[in-house]
Design a protein around this ligand. Structure first.
Ligand SMILES: C[S@@+](CC[C@H](N)C(=O)[O-])C[C@H]1O[C@@H](n2cnc3c(N)ncnc32)[C@H](O)[C@@H]1O
Length: 215
């Protein structure tokens, strides 16, 4: 059964201190985490000076890629449920001397988007939200014309061998992933709420980047 909101907070409070290191361990199985992040940020097609909201930003592992795209005149709003993950993100912001990042401790399901948003990003987070569909709908409404919504996340590919599925579950369980999350299909919500959408699969179909553009 999927973890409750409070359980998710507890999981990520425990993980926050070593989240960045543990995320890198996935390289051992050929999971090219940084490459997928770069693809997701590239799919946002951000321009210098633009505003991007990242839902479930965690420790801010995408921030450097976002900064490269928006430059010092742009703005990043990082939203996350877990205080300790945001504390790590705050450390990253201070270490890098970024003055254009705002961190918000909030449930993305209840978060009210700011005015004038050009891009919304969520990586390895949206599937954890039971009401991801409503979040994507509200994101599509918040985006200005031509705004982009991009999701990078895990999914269960069709016809996955049982052993491979079990292995994937084992290695993602420490991050709150359970088998019933496979029933959640955020990429379908992107296709539903955006006039133009696309999805690309990676890592044997276990990872996808979905992109929607607001009309
Ligand atoms: C696997 S981590 C991903 C963090 C980051 N996006 C990354 O790619 O490294 C999932 C993050 O989603 C956050 N999260 C889970 N449920 C959330 C919710 N309802 N609202 C906001 N953040 C949430 C967790 O606190 C955690 O930081």
């Amino acid at each position: 059964m999927a973890f409750s909101k409070q359980e998710v907070i507890e999981i990520y409070r425990r993980r926050a201190g070593w989240y960045d290191v543990s995320a890198n361990l996935y390289y051992l199985i050929g999971f090219r985490e940084a490459a997928y992040r770069k693809k997701a940020v590239a799919a946002l097609r951000l321009q210098p000076g633009e505003t991007v909201v990242e839902l479930g930003c965690g420790t801010g592992l995408n921030f450097s890629y976002l900064q490269e795209a928006i430059g010092p005149t742009g703005r990043i709003v990082g939203v996350d449920l877990t205080d300790q993950m945001l504390k790590a993100a705050q450390g990253r912001v201070l270490r890098n001397g970024w003055s254009n990042v705002e961190l918000v401790c909030a449930d993305a399901s209840l978060y009210e988007f700011p005015q004038r948003v050009d891009g919304v990003l969520s990586t390895f987070a949206l599937t954890l939200l039971p009401d991801y569909d409503a979040v994507i709908r509200r994101g599509s409404n918040a985006l200005s014309q031509g705004g982009r919504f991009v999701i990078l996340d895990f999914r269960k590919p069709e016809n996955t061998p049982e052993w491979l599925l079990k292995l994937m579950l084992l290695i993602t369980k420490p991050f709150g992933v359970t088998l019933d999350l496979a029933e959640r299909h955020p990429w379908e919500s992107v296709a539903r709420y955006f006039s133009a959408s696309e999805m690309r699969e990676h890592f044997m179909g276990f990872v996808y980047v979905a992109r929607g553009e607001a009309a």
